[in-house]
Design a binder for this molecule. Structure first.
Ligand code: SR1
Ligand code: MG
Length: 396
């Protein structure tokens, strides 16, 4: 992989992105390159460069020195581009075929040049249209087990693991999560954004001291537990898929944190779909919720049994203890994700695109209720089936 240190930072344009692709010799001399900016996320530019002659493409993703969703008033470190490229490579060592290939990086320009995944679709968009992605939960369950186990103390020498903790120190992006997922939605904060019809539910959250105590515990886990190299933002907008293929993108929030955070964010985003769907369509999502946990936990426990670094892995009950902690953390983090995606700064299209106001508000209320119950009851919910039952009770 080329690591190029070229000019000082400047925002790419479609023209300069093509020049860069030529400089990197990623296309033949005969290539007829065209470029479009396709980024629809909150933070970065994404340029797709295609050779019209061969149809071959690449992606150049560039971090902006501020959060695109807010503007220049919210400055943001460019170091996140390096974190993202390094996390794609580290996770790609283990989750083979489940992350895009990185062709080049340039720290000065804050870019990652990578595989074009245009033949796939962003999972959030597909799910909203009713796609079922039959391989999604098996692939993501495996991705989670492979990346989280292999970057943890269960798989690495303590020196190697602690060096990675330093390499992936990502304070500014973590602060976004600390604020937007764990703090602001639970207080009357200016970043919050909710429909007036939810005022009573939102105020009930702000006044719920039991809920806030549990969120404080979850935030403390996020702040202090350096268990594994997380993706850090594993929602359905960070996954490309088709019927056959799944690729996890966008790990710019990567850092060493609690394993349940990645699992919980993914489950939380599936749970949103459980609310927006009905009948058999909803059953598809419930199978994905079930299968994500079953695939992740069975793989993780298989790996744990073979771990060379933890002499306690044969001790009766240890495996169950580790997985129970991850399960309960996951439920709590999923709950926080559900609440922040409904009333915080960064919403999800799954809910916001519902045109019928009555229906949209009802589903948002249900989503908030699920978030609250997952957080508060996470110590009593004993299985993934019990999570699905809880959703059913809220949906009645
Ligand atoms: C200002 S960033 C808002 C959200 O977008 C990212 O994808 C993360 O989920 C973050 O919380
Ligand atoms: Mg993102």
């Amino acid at each position: 992989m080329a690591v190029v240190a070229t000019k000082p930072y400047e925002s790419l344009t479609q023209e300069t992105a093509i020049s860069l692709a030529n400089e990197l010799s990623l296309f033949s001399n005969e290539a007829q390159l065209v470029c479009e900016e396709i980024g629809d996320g909150n933070l970065n530019y994404v340029f797709r460069i295609t050779d019209q002659a061969s149809g071959k493409g690449i992606i150049i993703k560039q971090a902006l020195p501020y959060a695109k969703v807010i503007g220049e008033s919210w400055p943001l470190t460019l170091k996140r581009a390096k974190i993202e490229a390094s996390a794609l490579q580290k996770h790609g060592e283990y989750a083979i075929g489940l992350v895009p290939k990185v062709y080049a990086t340039d720290e000065n320009l804050a870019i990652t040049v990578m595989e074009d995944l245009s033949h796939l679709e962003i999972v959030r968009e597909g799910l909203i249209k009713g796609e079922s992605y039959p391989k999604l939960s098996t692939d993501i369950g495996e991705y989670l087990a492979l990346t989280l186990f292999n970057t943890s103390d269960f798989a690495l020498h303590p020196f190697e693991k602690k060096a990675l903790v330093v390499e992936f120190s990502n304070p500014e992006l973590c602060k976004i999560t600390e604020d937007l997922i764990f703090t602001d939605p639970f207080f009357d904060h200016e970043t919050n954004d909710f429909e007036p019809a939810l005022q009573a539910e939102v105020e009930a959250i702000w006044n719920n001291t039991l809920l806030k105590l549990e969120v404080a515990k979850l935030k403390r886990s996020f702040l202090t537990e350096a268990e594994a190299l997380l993706h850090g933002d594993l929602h359905t907008g960070s996954i490309f898929a088709s019927e056959e293929d799944t690729k996890v993108i966008d790990p710019e929030f990567a850092f060493y944190g609690p394993i349940g955070f990645d699992v919980g964010l993914f489950l939380g985003n599936l749970i949103v779909q459980s609310f927006t769907r009905e009948g058999k369509q909803r059953d598809v999502i419930h199978s994905h919720i079930h299968n994500t946990w079953v695939t992740f936990s069975s793989k993780f426990s298989e790996f744990l049994e073979q771990s060379e670094f933890d002499l306690f892995n044969d001790v009766e009950g240890y495996d169950a203890f580790v997985l129970e902690k991850v399960f309960r953390d996951s439920l709590g983090f999923a709950g926080c994700e559900l609440i922040r995606r409904t009333i915080g700064l960064a919403h999800v299209k799954d809910l916001d695109s519902i045109e019928n106001q009555e229906k949209r508000i009802l589903l948002k209320k249900q989503t908030l209720k699920a978030g609250e119950l997952l957080i508060i009851r996470r110590k009593e919910i004993n299985s993934i089936d019990a999570v699905i039952e809880l959703l059913g009770e809220i949906q009645q």
